[in-house]
Design a protein around this ligand. Structure first.
Ligand SMILES: Cc1cc2nc3c(=O)[nH]c(=O)nc-3n(C[C@H](O)[C@H](O)[C@H](O)COP(=O)(O)O)c2cc1C
Length: 250
């Protein structure tokens, strides 16, 4: 197997890190790999903010008690979906940025940001580091916008912890391939239900400490409530996703 596939197929999230200063030469390689990701129309609608200030890192970690890896990892980066650059460019050219609040614009920015982040994660793993994405920073979105001086048309999507693993993790089973990678048409609900039941058995045997609920119950409960509902308003304030029901909000 080639080393790229080996890295990809060995991915495991790690949440415990050893104290270690990542050499800047490796930080730079990971950043280059992130910036090399494909992006919609080469727009590169993201900004990666390395949290190098110990005080700022501590503040973010303290506000994220369920994710102590934020404090412990070598590098903590925040991936910001960013169409502010397009706004600055658009206003300089034509004086307007009409599509700033469209759902499509948000999809474009979040897609570009996620692809850059995954490149960073794979690059870090290829160098022997472990990673953990931290989406729960979205519960702090309003604070992060202030702490990181994020302008309008940006939104902090998730963090990425990188560092030396302090524990050995196991490969986490995935949903059966027959419902994740399919040919020509979406799988029937019957196939889907069977696959979900089968996955629940596999995950029960895997017995992960963090995942106590069966898949269907976990997501039934999770999607019963909206995650971080305050972000609807935060996004609107950021000038993102302002167009609802086909009508542009003021
Ligand atoms: C966008 C995103 C956000 C995530 N947020 C968190 C998080 O806030 N805290 C955490 O411990 N893990 C987080 N994870 C890690 C997932 O829990 C993990 O990838 C998943 O359980 C699969 O495990 P694996 O990566 O080891 O295969 C996140 C992953 C992604 C892709």
């Amino acid at each position: 197997m080639n080393p790229t596939l080996h890295t990809l197929l060995s991915h495991k999230t790690v949440r415990d890190f050893l104290p270690f200063d990542m050499p800047y030469s490796e930080v730079a390689l990971i950043a280059d790999a992130a910036r090399r990701a494909s992006s919609w129309m080469n727009g590169q609608h993201y900004t990666i903010i390395r949290i190098t200030s110990p005080q700022l890192r501590q503040r973010i970690a303290q506000a994220s008690p369920h994710n102590p890896q934020i404090a412990a990892c070598s590098e903590f980066w925040i991936f910001v979906a960013d169409v502010h650059k397009a706004d600055v460019g658009g206003r300089a050219y034509s004086g307007s940025f009409a599509a700033s609040g469209s759902v499509e614009t948000l999809i474009t920015a979040t897609t570009d940001t996620a692809l850059a982040a995954q490149n960073a994660a794979v690059a870090a793993e290829s160098l022997g580091y472990a990673v953990c994405f931290v989406g729960s920073i979205r519960t702090l979105a309003a604070d992060l916008i202030e702490w990181l001086a994020l302008p309008k048309h940006t939104f902090p999507l998730f963090g990425l912890c990188m560092g030396k693993p302090a524990v050995e993790m196991r490969l986490k089973p995935r949903l059966p391939e027959c419902v994740s990678v399919v040919e020509n048409r979406y799988p029937d609900d019957g196939v889907l239900s069977e696959a979900l039941a089968q996955y629940e058995k596999v995950m029960t045997e895997f017995a992960e400490e963090r995942e106590k609920l069966p898949y269907r119950e976990k997501f039934a409960r999770f999607y019963d409530n909206e995650y971080a509902p305050q972000n609807r308003e935060v996004l609107q304030r950021q000038g993102l996703c302002t167009q609802t029901d086909g009508v542009q909000a003021a």
